[in-house]
Write a protein that binds this ligand. Structure first.
Ligand SMILES: NC(=O)C1=CN([C@@H]2O[C@H](COP(=O)(O)OP(=O)(O)OC[C@H]3O[C@@H](n4cnc5c(N)ncnc54)[C@H](O)[C@@H]3O)[C@@H](O)[C@H]2O)C=CC1
Ligand SMILES: CC(=O)[C@H](N)C(=O)O
Length: 277
């Protein structure tokens, strides 16, 4: 609805012009390659997720911007506590995506403590939305299963049926981000917080979808790259600090998420003249 321009995070000069010409005061930096595409193109992931982030950090510092950068469940690794993963613990991720996100958390916090940069970071669970295409992540199945349920009635899952991961409806994710950005600095005891909503397995989400679409068939063909990544991530997040400091509370559980995804995708298919299974 507002002004919209394309920008390359690797083009510092252009980013700077955009910030100055549009009198920007808050920067929300979402550009990144996700976990699976990052492993498929490590050099590009390094460029976008690390060099791009450095451009944004420099710009935020130079122009005194409030800066939000999302992190992820992928910032943890096999040696982190998994159930639940607390805010502060060992972080040794085994993907370039995770490494770049830990780097972002640490750089942002360093610049905050050294130069007063208003850096804010939330570790998102897998985000589930009916409005966007999946971006090449390990949690993508949890979006694709809804599209498949309403189109062919069959989803071929690349994870094992019992793979449990933290997930969140995009509505909660947006609200958390806005509320966190609006929180007075004096309320923040951390600069990087976990936020939690629900955790489920492919089997559990399929069972919930079958309450609406009993014919849904799910087959399981675990892909070794994605399964290894998923097995190294937390199964649940401890978000008690976010709840205590700035009042975070999720509103969508699995039941609400499934109802909302099915009705949104059904409406979109109907409006586009596509058949609904
Ligand atoms: N989707 C999810 O489940 C989660 C996402 N996040 C984080 O949220 C952010 C957004 O994720 P998604 O929207 O899901 O990913 P996505 O892959 O759908 O979107 C990433 C965007 O980055 C853009 N991009 C790539 N190279 C660029 C460049 N050189 N300059 C400017 N833009 C560039 C792409 O065009 C794309 O629109 C990422 O930082 C991701 O790490 C964190 C946890 C979970
Ligand atoms: C959880 C994420 O960060 C993302 N969706 C991915 O799976 O890579």
């Amino acid at each position: 609805m507002g002004p919209f321009v394309y920008a390359d995070v690797l083009d510092y000069k252009n980013l700077r012009e955009l910030v100055v010409n549009n009198r920007i005061t808050w920067l929300v930096h979402y550009s990144a390659l996700l976990s699976v595409v990052g492993e498929a193109n490590v050099a590009l992931a390094r460029k976008i997720n690390i060099t791009g982030l450095h451009n944004v950090l420099d710009l935020a510092l130079e122009s005194c911007l409030r800066l939000f950068v999302p992190s992820t469940i992928g910032a943890f690794g096999p040696s982190s506590p998994r159930d639940p993963a607390p805010d502060l613990c060992v972080q040794r991720p085994r993907t370039i995506y995770g490494v770049s996100k830990v780097h972002g958390e640490l750089m942002g916090e360093y610049l905050h403590h050294k130069y007063g940069l208003d850096f804010r970071c939330l570790r998102y669970p897998g985000v589930i939305s009916a409005n966007t295409q999946t971006g090449g992540g390990t949690t993508d199945y949890a979006v694709q299963i809804f599209h498949d349920a309403l189109s062919t009635g069959h989803h071929d899952c690349y994870l094992r049926a019992d793979t449990r991961l933290p997930m969140m409806h995009v509505g909660d994710c947006h609200r958390a981000t806005v509320e966190f950005m609006q929180a007075p600095e004096c309320q923040l005891s951390l600069r990087t917080y976990n936020i939690d909503a629900m955790s489920f397995t492919p089997e559990e989400v399929a069972t919930e979808i079958r309450k609406h679409l009993p014919h849904l068939k799910v087959t399981y063909n675990p892909d070794s790259v994605r399964q290894t990544i998923a097995d190294s991530w937390p199964v649940r997040f401890d978000d008690s600090n976010a709840r205590r400091d700035w009042g975070w509370k999720s509103t969508y559980g699995l039941e609400e998420l499934v109802s909302d995804m099915l009705s949104s995708i059904r409406d979109k298919r109907t409006n586009a003249g596509l058949p609904v299974s």
